[in-house]
Write a protein that binds this ligand. Structure first.
Ligand code: SF4
Length: 507
């Protein structure tokens, strides 16, 4: 738990991707709004690349969407089509050069790739590409797959993808920009989400439907597992990757990651979470006076629990929405101050009451125990914790930063031991069957890796979040090249991508 915030004890979203093919539209501004809608999927960096008559331009840097782009950037990013990316790092550190999207030169021109997911065999692929002469400037799996696509045989981007992607083990939902098309690609199991929309005859591709709604686009459908969707002046065409077999969507999109107003496989995420709360109330009832959520993500499930149990719902915890990361505090007193920075309890709501506290996950249990303490110090007589998902017992290798196995409390402790550690009067989790009943679907369409240890792809080659960096130091002794940091930190400067009129900007 060396660098983890005590108030950041949640699985971390992976990334958000967005793309728009829209001649005549302000594609940079649409992408900017789309990335705002996907901000919850990554807060470390943001980037937009556009293609138009003046060439290809890209701007990316560390920070939230609203701090990365200003009005002059959006005016400068002129074009007919665009892709964008919000990043939370699941491979590689939070460095300027690791910001997405990534670009590479290829036989079909410059390609720019925005990636959500995690390539399990990225270290091996990178070594193979280095043997073929590739040079890398970042420590991300996205650059590995961008180079892999660029160097793969094929006369079109589709042929290149059909050659490249079967070599990638893991999860990927991609938005790719070329000079004249945007391309959406989803891995063979559809682990990470990707949806297509229509905007005034133009095409939009995004991680979640909330980004389509934000810009006024109509949802057309989800990109299918193993599908390549191309939008260009000929319309939208669909192509296949070889080997697609079945679906294994990430369950945690439903539990925690996706925005509650998004639709996933036709299901409104908010309503699905309410049903999780209802199932939890049936499976794990409690004698209590009030049901409160850990805000904001557990609010729908707490409403569901209250409705099913007949116990009054109330917001007994108030969240300070402007607290970002606050780092580990050295002693208990400062840890308590830390949690009070993020949450405050309302004694009038919970004083003297038996409280059901609903949350979506317990990762390390650090925050949970502090919240239980907070409720008790505000007068709660009993605290019964209810989690609207099964215990996370295994790491995720497929695009979610959860914690290593030895940090996951449910990997080594029983439910009773966790209850004792967090100081609750009782602790119950939703069962896997209950979770599937809530989603309204049988298990065989989902990844349950972090809950069961059964992953939909072979994760044997997984090297962890910093695998490329560790490997780079041990093999080359020089770490990743840092020259791009200068490019990315150069205020206002838009830099040429290879090829006339293509420019890249940072910072
Ligand atoms: S292991 Fe868990 S978090 Fe990772 S993709 Fe599978 S269900 Fe999602």
């Amino acid at each position: 738990m060396t660098s983890q915030s005590i108030l950041d004890d949640k699985p971390k979203d992976e990334c958000g991707v967005f793309g728009v093919y829209g001649p005549g539209l302000d594609v940079a501004r649409l992408t900017y709004f789309g990335l705002h809608a996907l901000q919850h999927r990554g807060q470390e960096s943001a980037g937009i690349a556009v293609s138009g008559p003046e060439g290809m331009r890209i701007r990316k840097r560390l920070g939230l969407v609203q701090t990365v782009f200003d009005e002059s950037d959006l005016r400068h990013l002129r074009g007919d089509l665009a892709v964008g990316h919000t990043r939370y790092s699941t491979t590689g550190s939070t460095l300027p050069e690791n910001a997405g999207p990534m670009s590479a030169e290829s036989s079909v021109g410059t390609i720019v790739v925005a990636h959500n997911g995690n390539i399990v065999n990225a270290v091996q692929l990178r070594q193979e590409l280095e043997t073929e002469g590739a040079r890398f400037a970042t420590s991300t799996d996205t650059e590995v797959l961008t180079q892999l696509i660029a160097r793969s045989p094929g006369a079109t981007i589709v042929e290149k993808l059909q050659a490249a992607m079967p070599r990638c083990v893991g999860a990927f939902s991609l938005c790719i920009l070329t000079a004249g098309e945007i391309v959406g690609v989803r891995d063979l199991k559809g682990i990470r989400p990707l949806v297509i929309g229509d905007l005034d005859g133009g095409a939009v591709i995004a991680s979640e439907s909330c980004a389509l709604s934000t810009i006024g686009a109509d949802i057309v459908r989800e990109v299918e597992p193993g599908e390549i969707v191309v939008a260009n002046d000929a319309g939208i065409t669909s192509h296949r990757l070889a080997g697609a077999a079945g679906t294994a969507s990430c369950l945690f999109e439903y539990i925690y990651f996706a925005r509650p107003d998004s639709l996933m496989s036709g299901r409104r995420v908010y309503l699905t979470r309410q049903r999780m709360g209802e199932e939890l109330a049936r499976e794990a009832p409690a004698e209590a006076d009030v049901v409160i959520p850990v805000p904001d993500s557990a609010i729908p499930a707490a409403i569901g629990y209250a409705r099913e149990s007949g116990i009054q719902f109330s917001e007994g915890l108030i969240k300070n929405r402007y607290i970002g990361r606050t780092f580990i505090q050295p002693d208990q007193k400062l840890r308590e101050v830390g949690v009070r920075l993020k949450f405050s309890a309302l004694p009038e709501i919970i004083g003297g009451k038996r409280v059901v506290l609903v949350d979506d996950t317990i990762v390390r249990a650090t925050t949970s125990s502090l919240i239980v303490d907070l409720l008790r110090s505000a007068g709660a007589r009993e605290v019964h914790m209810r989690i609207h998902a099964p215990p996370i017992q295994h790491p995720c290798y497929l695009g979610v930063d959860m914690a290593s196995r030895d940090e996951l409390i449910a990997a080594s402790k029983t439910v009773e031991e966790i209850q004792e550690e967090i100081g609750a009067d009782s602790l119950r989790y939703l069962s896997l069957d209950g979770l599937f009943r809530s989603i309204g679907s049988p298990e065989n369409g989902f990844c349950t890796g972090c809950l069961t240890g059964r992953y939909p792809v072979d994760v044997g080659e997984a090297t962890g979040k910093f695998g490329i960096e560790a490997n780079d130091r041990s093999h080359n002794g020089n770490g990743v090249a840092r020259d791009r940091q200068v490019i990315l930190e150069s205020p206002g400067a838009f830099r040429s991508l290879a090829g006339a009129g293509r420019t890249e900007a940072g910072g």
